[in-house]
Design a protein around this ligand. Structure first.
Ligand SMILES: Cc1cc2nc3c(=O)[nH]c(=O)nc-3n(C[C@H](O)[C@H](O)[C@H](O)COP(=O)(O)OP(=O)(O)OC[C@H]3O[C@@H](n4cnc5c(N)ncnc54)[C@H](O)[C@@H]3O)c2cc1C
Length: 383
């Protein structure tokens, strides 16, 4: 079995891992990225919706093949009333985004090994030994970016997991969409208890319908969503039917250890209200890669040194924390409350609440409402 020495080994070639490998290699650290699948590509189901800022964080120019559709959004209340969110986002080909970041990682000197799963790591006095079926690698720092069911976390003995929301996603071929420039989000206890349903149009004829619910079975709710969308979907057929858990319970309490950092879904680094994790995972990857790359070259890879990650990732940790608090408050709302919120909130308010930003400003607006002031606004003020 061959053995080679690296400063940093990154496990997982998703958004968090490719970004970490790029950032680590950019510091000059000798970096290895391990991906268990035969390719760096978006194999796990994902809605592939991102904000324009995601590309800035990733340092990627959004070229046409990467962009499937430029979209605004519309959020539907249970009574069918809707709020348009004009802020432009993108439906993307996530594989091309991951591959572009991987190209940049390689250009900075990272070694990328696909088809090579991480199996375990062992601690030695002078570093870590990382084992795969093909080789053993010595390294100073290990970054676990291997998704929700992280093996790195398991080997570390981390039992805590961010609370997941189960999801189901259908790719529908042969739809008849009139407005392909708008993604639709449906909220309400009848349609998606403690979650939401979505319709993401890739083109007139190809759309993705997704659903995340908690405490209820997915399939009957998905059947209902398809019924509600029957006009738009026409006789469209399901050509891809997959689901996966999204960690929406916030960041786990311990994700930094001596020589090891867990990031992305592995650590619950997802915006709880939206379930969006591409941008937050890329940002985590950049922060972890920089810290691990610098620390390994300085020769101090203690937990304390690696805590510099928290400082770099602080705005995201705050956003995730606030968004989780908002989610917990929204879980208690009735459909009637949601209908009234749709009348009171502007597009900016909705974006802010979902992302855990300017929550106090939105809360003050709701203070004038007799019921929502008691039920929501006062609690939001303390978020
Ligand atoms: C149905 C659904 C829809 C979603 N829609 C959106 C959306 O529209 N927008 C958005 O921003 N977010 C969305 N998300 C969330 C987003 O997909 C994730 O938060 C994000 O991909 C997390 O990135 P990650 O790199 O941490 O983990 P992952 O994307 O899970 O990547 C982990 C990588 O590690 C690899 N790996 C695992 N184990 C090993 C091992 N032992 N050795 C080597 N490699 C390993 C995997 O193969 C994978 O490549 C959605 C999620 C789901 C489930």
């Amino acid at each position: 079995m061959s053995s080679k020495r690296f400063d940093v080994v990154v496990v997982g070639g998703g958004p968090a891992g490719v970004a970490a490998a790029k950032a680590s290699a950019k510091t000059g650290a000798k970096t290895l990225l391990l991906e268990k699948n035969p390719a760096i590509m978006a194999i796990k189901p994902c809605g592939q919706a991102v904000s324009a800022h995601t590309f800035e964080t990733a340092g990627v120019n959004p070229t046409p093949p990467m962009i499937l559709n430029r979209v605004s959004a519309r959020v539907y209340a249970p009574n069918g009333a809707s709020v348009k969110i004009p802020e432009t986002g993108y439906l993307i080909n996530k594989t091309l985004l991951l591959q572009e970041i991987a190209v940049q990682a390689a250009e900075h000197g990272a070694e990328i090994h696909v088809n090579e799963p991480f199996i375990k790591f062992m601690r030695r006095d002078d570093g870590l030994i990382v084992r795969t079926p093909k080789a053993e690698y010595e390294c100073s720092v290990l970054i676990g970016a291997d998704g929700y069911n992280s093996r790195v976390a398991r080997i570390l003995g981390v039992n805590e997991k961010s609370e997941p929301i189960p999801t189901l996603q259908y790719l529908m071929a042969g739809s008849r969409l009139e407005n392909v420039d708008e993604i639709r989000i449906y909220v309400g206890n009848e349609i998606a208890p403690k979650g939401y349903a979505w319709l993401f149009p890739f083109s007139e004829k190809l759309a993705e319908v997704g659903l995340g619910v908690r405490g209820a079975p997915l399939k009957p709710y998905m059947d209902r969503v398809l019924k509600i969308l029957r006009k738009e979907l026409g006789s469209a057929q399901v050509i891809d039917n997959r689901g996966a858990p999204v960690p929406v319970g916030g960041v786990i309490s311990k994700y930094i250890f001596d020589r090891v950092i867990l990031i992305g879904d592995a650590a619950g680094m997802v915006i709880p209200m939206t379930g969006g994790g591409i941008h937050s995972s890329i940002a985590a990857g950049i922060a972890a890669g920089e810290v691990a790359g610098e620390a390994s070259q300085e020769g101090d890879v203690s937990e304390e040194r690696l805590r510099a990650f928290d400082e770099k990732y602080k705005p995201w940790l705050e956003r995730i924390r606030r968004s989780l608090k908002v989610l917990r408050l929204f879980e208690r709302l009735t459909d009637e409350d949601l209908n009234e919120l749709a009348e009171m909130l502007s597009d900016e308010d909705i974006v802010d609440l979902a992302n855990g930003l300017n929550v106090g400003r939105v809360a003050r607006k709701l203070l004038s409402h007799p019921r929502l002031a008691m039920k929501l606004a006062r609690q939001l003020l303390s978020v």
